[in-house]
Write a protein that binds this ligand. Structure first.
Ligand SMILES: Nc1ncnc2c1ncn2[C@@H]1O[C@H](COP(=O)(O)OP(=O)(O)OP(=O)(O)O)[C@@H](O)[C@H]1O
Length: 339
């Protein structure tokens, strides 16, 4: 028997009704005063499902409808139409039971009590969720260690740095041991060290506890590091749903080999079919570097390297895999280009 998905979204539609936006002189003021309203479709027939223990990147450009989807899945918003089940519950109808299954972190705002020390915020979360005392103590201690909260547990939340606050938010979300975690931009504005710590935490929770995680982010390094699967949306519709690796193969099949020629070396070409010199090498400014582009389905890396070494004196070689950033931008650009 097939295992039921933990998250099921079918033909989700969410429309917002708002005043008609008026352009031109005093447009802002006229928009405020107008009585004319329009309906805008923020999510336009999104469907996907997630199995237990999956970690999926939910991506899209600004205004694509990511937050609207997450707010519907967390029970904050009621959709215009469509069917949603999260752990078997309809989020906006069975809010209390649903809240016990999920943890939510919105990077842009905190769920902690601004004026209270972090320790008290965690205490309150434990009480609100009815976490039994011994479990609360054990979970708090565990999360404090994993997220390195010790040095600022007694600091009021308002005095925490963004990275510290985010770690506090993650601890609060995980304290009641939710099966499902929604993370909306959890690394936004953080420095490299803080970002890495949060990524490590997310990966560990997913791997060790099997927590199902939906991650929304504009930082594609988060996705490269954490997600095998992405759901890419734009203008409220799903553009792609599947493996990150397959997405790259489909949209960026080429690899690049950067060849650093020895002093005095000249590029005399290479006669291997399927290998081209990159017309616009990113490393053009670098002395004596030549970038070759090839499709590994047609010609193997080893073959290209052997051919280069046979003809040229080389000081270094490096292989560049396509980054998700370029692939995703390429998809958006293709969509925007006139037909
Ligand atoms: N409360 C609201 N009232 C009216 N329109 C809204 C509301 N919230 C969002 N929208 C609109 O719905 C669309 C989708 O917004 P949403 O916040 O879901 O996008 P997003 O993908 O999360 O964007 P971002 O990456 O910028 O956070 C946008 O056009 C936005 O302006």
């Amino acid at each position: 028997m097939a295992i039921a998905p933990v998250i099921e979204v079918e033909e989700l539609v969410k429309e917002y009704r708002g005043p008609l936006r008026i352009e031109g002189p005093l447009g802002g003021l006229r928009t405020l005063l107008t009585r004319r309203h329009v309906t805008r479709r923020a999510v336009d027939g999104v469907s996907f499902s997630l199995g237990a223990g999956e970690l999926v990147g939910y991506l899209g450009p600004n205004g694509a409808g990511k937050s609207t989807t997450i707010k519907t899945l967390t029970g904050i918003l009621r959709p215009t139409s469509g069917r949603v089940r999260v752990a078997g519950l309809v989020p906006w109808r069975e809010r209390e039971r649903h809240a016990r299954n999920i943890g939510v972190v919105f990077g842009q705002r905190t769920q902690l009590w601004w004026d209270l020390p972090l320790r008290d915020s965690l205490e309150l979360v434990g009480r609100l969720y009815g976490v039994e005392r011994a479990r609360h103590r054990a979970n708090s201690a565990h999360l404090t260690e994993l997220l390195g909260l010790g040095p600022f547990l007694d600091t009021p939340v308002r005095q925490l740095s963004l990275g510290q606050r985010m770690r506090g938010d993650l601890a609060a979300a995980m304290l009641p041991e939710p099966r499902i975690l929604f993370l909306d931009e959890p690394t936004i504005g953080l420095d490299v060290v803080a970002r890495e710590r949060i990524r490590e935490f997310i990966a560990t929770r997913n791997r060790q506890d099997g927590t199902t995680i939906v991650l929304t982010t504009h930082d594609l390094d988060d996705v490269e590091r954490l997600c095998r699967r992405i759901v890419l949306i734009d203008e409220g519709r799903v553009l792609y749903d599947g493996d990150v690796a397959r997405l790259k193969e489909r949209y960026a099949p080429h690899r690049r080999l950067v060849v650093q020629l020895a002093d005095g070396g000249d590029w005399r070409g290479l006669d291997v079919p399927g290998v081209e010199r990159d017309p616009d090498p990113d490393r053009g400014a670098e002395a004596r570097a030549v970038t070759l582009r090839f499709d590994p389905a047609r010609v193997q890396v080893a073959e290209v390297v052997a051919a280069v070494l046979a003809r040229h004196a080389v000081t270094d070689l490096s292989l560049i895999e396509p980054g998700l950033e370029g692939v995703v931008h390429g998809i958006y650009a293709a969509r925007e280009a006139p037909a």
